[in-house]
Design a protein around this ligand. Structure first.
Ligand code: FES
Length: 94
């Protein structure tokens, strides 16, 4: 019988960025998607029909996690590291 093993997780220092004007705490080394999901954000963006969008693949393929970061549109949250002072807003489909 094999014994299950767990790797220990170490977090980097805390970082704070803003999502829709609200402060969100993440940790160095985490992606924006991880920090936003941990903060229980329910929509990273909205479809044209107003349906909430959330990360699907979490590896940069689907673009369901796109947000606007410091005015730059279509930034994939699952590939972007959380950093102090970022201004992140929901992506609005046009
Ligand atoms: S979750 Fe699919 S590209 Fe980010």
């Amino acid at each position: 019988m094999t014994e299950a093993r767990r790797m220990t997780a170490t977090r980097g220092p805390a970082v704070t960025f803003h999502f829709e004007g609200q402060p969100v705490t993440g940790y160095c080394g985490e992606t924006l998607a991880t920090a936003l999901l941990a903060a229980q954000v329910s929509a990273f963006g909205l479809t044209r029909e107003g349906t909430p969008r959330l990360p699907f693949c979490n590896m940069g393929t689907c673009f369901d996690c796109v947000v606007t970061v410091d005015g730059q549109r279509l930034v994939r949250a699952c590939l972007t590291e959380a950093r102090d002072g970022l201004c992140v807003t929901r992506h609005q489909a046009t």
